[in-house]
Design a binder for this molecule. Sequence first.
Ligand SMILES: CC(C)(COP(=O)(O)OP(=O)(O)OC[C@H]1O[C@@H](n2cnc3c(N)ncnc32)[C@H](O)[C@@H]1O)[C@@H](O)C(=O)NCCC(=O)NCCS
Ligand SMILES: Nc1ncnc2c1ncn2[C@@H]1O[C@H](COP(=O)(O)OP(=O)(O)OP(=O)(O)O)[C@@H](O)[C@H]1O
Length: 210
Amino acid sequence: MRIAITGGIAAGKSTVVAHLKELGACVIDYDRLAAEVVAPGSLGLERIISTFGIEAVDDDGRLRRKWLASVVFGGKQHRHMLQRLNAIVHPLVYEQAAILESMLLDSDVNDAAETTPIIVHDIPLLTEVRDSIPFTFRHVITVEAPVGMRVQRMVSTRHMSPEEANARIRSQSSEQQRLAIADIVIDSAVSFEQMFECVDRIYAELLQET
Ligand SMILES: CC(C)(COP(=O)(O)OP(=O)(O)OC[C@H]1O[C@@H](n2cnc3c(N)ncnc32)[C@H](O)[C@@H]1O)[C@@H](O)C(=O)NCCC(=O)NCCS
Ligand SMILES: Nc1ncnc2c1ncn2[C@@H]1O[C@H](COP(=O)(O)OP(=O)(O)OP(=O)(O)O)[C@@H](O)[C@H]1O
């Protein structure tokens, strides 16, 4: 069974995903894939250089993420620039996700398919890519906590100011947008213990469905 998980920044998605892994789920991490497809020497990085110029990489041939962020989130025509970046990165990410999935399901390579029938696509920006992603998900989970609590978490664990934390939250899609595409909501405003109990229950129900 293929499911997706998303959530607002600092809501607790990574904590939930780590727990799902412990329970036996196979996880495909889109943030990691997005970094891998633009690694030095990759086709993705080559395409970024063709589109955005040699300024996109540093002297060691690594992507200058801060520079690119300023172009696609703040520069002139930033919307168009973000579209161009997405048009490079997203198809490569989906291709890698499909390869990973087929490896997980190929019992000759990995017998995980016998023991772990749940594949979780961990997609922080699922609302943004919902219409273009070439996968269908049996369930979509979102992990949510109130904005104030997320700001507090970012301030205390990520050395951000409240202003920076709020700006990051505003730059993402809203809780309402995530709730509109999700059919399972995990409340992370409760204690770790209660949250994990909720994840255990959801996982057991998913297993029943496979
Ligand atoms: C522009 C890049 C290089 C900036 O990197 P940097 O490390 O500075 O920031 P980071 O990746 O943590 O993103 C910061 C915030 O920007 C937002 N964001 C990132 N990518 C996107 C996007 N494609 N669309 C909308 N918002 C985005 C997110 O809210 C995120 O929290 C990077 O975000 C990127 O390559 N984005 C495009 C690829 C992508 O869509 N990745 C998501 C996984 S598929
Ligand atoms: N139920 C909870 N109770 C208390 N703290 C929590 C709970 N769930 C998560 N946290 C804490 O909140 C912070 C953010 O959690 P986490 O890193 O899992 O969020 P995230 O949604 O994956 O963030 P990002 O989107 O930035 O990757 C962490 O410090 C984590 O320990």
